[in-house]
Design a protein around this ligand. Structure first.
Ligand SMILES: NC(=O)C1=CN([C@@H]2O[C@H](COP(=O)(O)OP(=O)(O)OC[C@H]3O[C@@H](n4cnc5c(N)ncnc54)[C@H](OP(=O)(O)O)[C@@H]3O)[C@@H](O)[C@H]2O)C=CC1
Ligand SMILES: CC1=C(/C=C/C(C)=C/C=C/C(C)=C/C=O)C(C)(C)CCC1
Length: 317
């Protein structure tokens, strides 16, 4: 149970990756400022978290079951929190989806929106009214750089994060009136099970319905470049946990928080040309004309990361 003065932080999707690392970082805070409620949809997957949490479990860390795709599970979880009092809600649970559009069924796409978009909305609808009543609270959403700039063959995943960005950008204004803060965290590639699941998924699928040219561009052009991007620019889940802690602890937290200065130029292309031509064409050339030279292209992009862009990124250090 939280002690007086401790902030209650509830995090979704803590069985692995970024959610697990945020839970552990906050639970291990040296001044014990947080009581972390780490949630996951299947408590059978709790071992990795508990191992990392060490003796904080039962002290500054507790566990609850929560499936963001089930309204009943969301309600039950929040009703199990003492006085339903949550100071910081971290919406982290999410799933990816990559591949040629022609081979993805509508049901698979709906699952992505059920988790990444409606999952967050279910949580906010359950927690926000109490925060508004108390005139305090902080809602954090693990968005993505893909919530600001789409990436080829990630059409539906990017759309789910764009939807979240639009939703939160609208809601943040109302919440400000009630002194409830809202922040988006926007990482580029991060080495977690998310990346592993994507590669595993791709190795198993045949992509029925997509023509041979598209499958070729996906498997032989996009995938190697994507692996390269993860290798050259990838951050660790610890980096993202540190950025998130900074956002929680800021006196005036920013609404948008890109975490990766090396990825920021890719997002900045869009801001530099409101017609969209620059980003669409740059992505086209990076992928189809410079694919084999991805390392060099990324070095050029690094040069483009001038100080002003770096200062727009929240750094883990
Ligand atoms: N890795 C990356 O490159 C990036 C990731 N992100 C975002 O970060 C967030 C965390 O992803 P990451 O840590 O990388 O990936 P992981 O796959 O390691 O973690 C995702 C977590 O979400 C959980 N989850 C999935 N569906 C549900 C559900 N219905 N209810 C509750 N929990 C669920 C998973 O639980 P289970 O174990 O049960 O499947 C898991 O704990 C996601 O929102 C993702 O979109 C953003 C930018 C980049
Ligand atoms: C930048 C870039 C590429 C790939 C970017 C990737 C793969 C980003 C992944 C981001 C993730 C995983 C976000 C999660 O939310 C391409 C298309 C290979 C080539 C053109 C430049």
């Amino acid at each position: 149970m939280a002690t007086v003065g401790q902030k209650v932080v509830l995090i979704t999707g803590c069985s692995s990756g970024i959610g697990l690392k945020i839970a552990v970082l906050l639970a291990k805070d040296e001044n014990q400022r947080y009581h972390v409620i780490a949630t996951m949809r299947d408590l059978k997957r709790k071992d990795k978290l508990l191992e990392a949490a060490g003796d904080t479990y039962g002290k500054t860390l507790s566990l609850l079951t929560l499936d963001v795709c089930s309204e009943e599970s969301v309600k039950q979880c929040i009703n199990n929190v003492k006085d339903r009092h949550i100071d910081v809600l971290i919406n982290n649970a999410g799933i990816g989806l990559v591949g040629p559009l022609e081979s993805i069924g509508i049901d698979e796409m709906k699952k992505v929106f059920e988790t990444n978009f409606f999952g967050v909305i279910r949580m906010i609808k359950e927690v926000m009214p109490d925060m508004k009543k108390r005139r305090s609270g902080h809602i954090i959403v693990m968005s993505s750089a893909m919530g600001l700039q789409g990436v080829v063959f990630n059409d539906v995943y990017a759309a789910s994060k764009f939807a979240m960005e639009g939703f939160c950008e609208s809601l943040a204004v109302q919440l400000l009136k009630f002194h409830v803060k809202m922040s988006m965290i926007e990482p580029g590639p991060v080495h977690t099970e998310f990346e592993m699941k994507m590669l595993e998924d791709v190795s198993q699928k045949e992509y029925p319905g997509a023509d041979p040219d598209t499958v070729h561009y996906f498997k032989k052009v996009y995938l190697p470049s994507s692996v390269d991007i993860f290798q050259t620019l990838g951050q660790t889940p610890d980096d993202i946990a540190k950025c998130t802690k900074k956002v929680i602890e800021a006196s005036s937290p920013r609404f948008r928080n890109l975490t990766n200065p090396l990825y920021t130029p890719i997002v900045a292309l869009k801001m530099a040309d409101e017609t969209g031509g620059l980003s669409v064409n740059a992505f086209y050339h990076l992928l189809f004309n410079l694919g084999g030279l991805m390392h060099i292209s990324m070095t050029v992009l690094r040069w483009m990361t001038c100080g002003c862009l770096r200062s727009r990124t929240i750094s883990p250090n």
